[in-house]
Design a protein around this ligand. Sequence first.
Ligand SMILES: Cc1cc2nc3c(=O)[nH]c(=O)nc-3n(C[C@H](O)[C@H](O)[C@H](O)COP(=O)(O)OP(=O)(O)OC[C@H]3O[C@@H](n4cnc5c(N)ncnc54)[C@H](O)[C@@H]3O)c2cc1C
Ligand code: SF4
Length: 502
Amino acid sequence: MPDPNGFLRYDRRLPARRPVPVRIMDWREVYPPAGEELIREQATRCMDCGIPFCHDGCPLGNRIPDWNDLVRTGGWDAAVESLHATNNFPEFTGRLCPAPCEAACVLGLGGQQPVTIKQVEVEIADAAVARGGLRPQPVPAPTGRSVAVVGSGPAGLAAAQQLARAGHAVTVYERDDALGGLLRYGIPDFKLEKRHIDRRLAQLAAEGVRFRAGVNVGVDVTAEELRAEHDAVLLACGALQGRDTPETPGRALRGVHQAMAHLVAANRVVAAAGEGRPALATLPDGTPIDAAGKHVVIIGGGDTAADCLGVAHRQGAAGVHQLDLYPEPPADRDAARDPWPTWPWVLRSYPAHEEGGERVFAVAVQEFVDDGTGQVRAVRIAEVTVEKVDGRRIVTALPGSEREIPADLVLLAIGFEGTEEQPLLAQLGVARNGRGAVDARPDWQAGADGVFVAGDMHRGASLIVWAIAEGRAAAAAVHAYLGGVGTLPAPVDPARQPLAAR
Ligand SMILES: Cc1cc2nc3c(=O)[nH]c(=O)nc-3n(C[C@H](O)[C@H](O)[C@H](O)COP(=O)(O)OP(=O)(O)OC[C@H]3O[C@@H](n4cnc5c(N)ncnc54)[C@H](O)[C@@H]3O)c2cc1C
Ligand code: SF4
């Protein structure tokens, strides 16, 4: 029986982040562990309500009240087991999930602060490692069926683990030199140190998953060869087609780059340093891309932009502006617009925002300004209003509002346009839809027999928690297709959407 008064006795509290002047000198994670006393106190705030809406907020259906109560009573081993029953990688979501479960926490109905669900999750995940490591699960008798998983992000890895644990022979193909998808070279170490990925990969390998990094499927191995070798193919290639702004004057200037080019280069330098290898932050063609000493302008307001901000400060930028097309959101939920338990439109500040930089809202870039040598020296912005008319976004500049912001390095973090067009798709007879994503039938097949799709490739650029949920659900569908015994858990179907009021 949970403590019915816990939320009355304790306020929501999170562990203090590492001090800004210290943490921007390194690439280590920003949050230290909460410690057992704080986390048991916070887990005590969970009421274990009759209808826990946090379950609906979490695409994985994590059994949040169960593990909160186990943490409260010190039942760490059972908490680890409960969490792993629904989530293959809680050390990723516990660190990185924006926690839609917390927006749906029933405490929010009465104006209380939600339970620190995500923090409890990461503490349980880390307890699993501290209490004996991530032990591989026993491998069942082989089914004799074989699956190729293309892409090693959270969707591909979750599917691979589920299928290997059901006895199928799984090979994960990844075109990058290292595994993990966006978690490896997209998301910086100050949000997720890569040892967490490596530890999981070791567990998957011990459970029988084979990895083939550095293999671009469709180029190094054809789809025909893949299909000849495997009984089913699961595509989890992500949504890595970066949105651009070719129509903006000056886009071709030196110093104007896609955000991902900057992040990948920076993360590769950190990775190389960890292995004792010197490296420079460069584009694949050798062009240096480093914020040191530069005035940086980041265009965009999401995760990618915030990650660029944190990277720029750690590289020693002279100053950073982050530009957002939309007006500054309110600090608190507007219940008329986004009633509980939906995900509210509120100002979201990431730890990177505490580290410096200026956020500028309701502006759009009119021109990247040339310094006369083909290098950007400023961005010219205008204040704007944004309206939706017949589903289309209309951006209107306010006359006379234009001004320049100095810029030596401009990073475009304006979103993604779905999965990349690549030879693999045509070889498999799979097409992108109008959003650049790949549609899935209710059984997760992508229009070609025995070819399944999951994660960002299906959903469009989204979140790790959705990628894991889709990976698990698609694995269940592959298992059924292969005639596997019993059923695997399928937390979502392809049509599932986040909680919404309309
Ligand atoms: C900068 C950034 C920060 C983010 N931060 C967060 C965050 O804090 N929290 C959060 O929840 N989400 C975050 N996201 C979103 C999250 O990373 C993605 O939703 C998630 O990684 C999607 O997982 P996935 O497995 O579908 O694809 P991905 O992680 O994109 O992995 C796809 C993989 O497929 C590989 N691949 C593609 N084609 C081929 C091929 N032909 N052959 C072999 N391999 C191939 C790619 O190289 C890639 O490694 C962030 C995204 C970005 C870009
Ligand atoms: S995965 Fe995300 S939504 Fe689910 S319980 Fe964890 S923090 Fe909440």
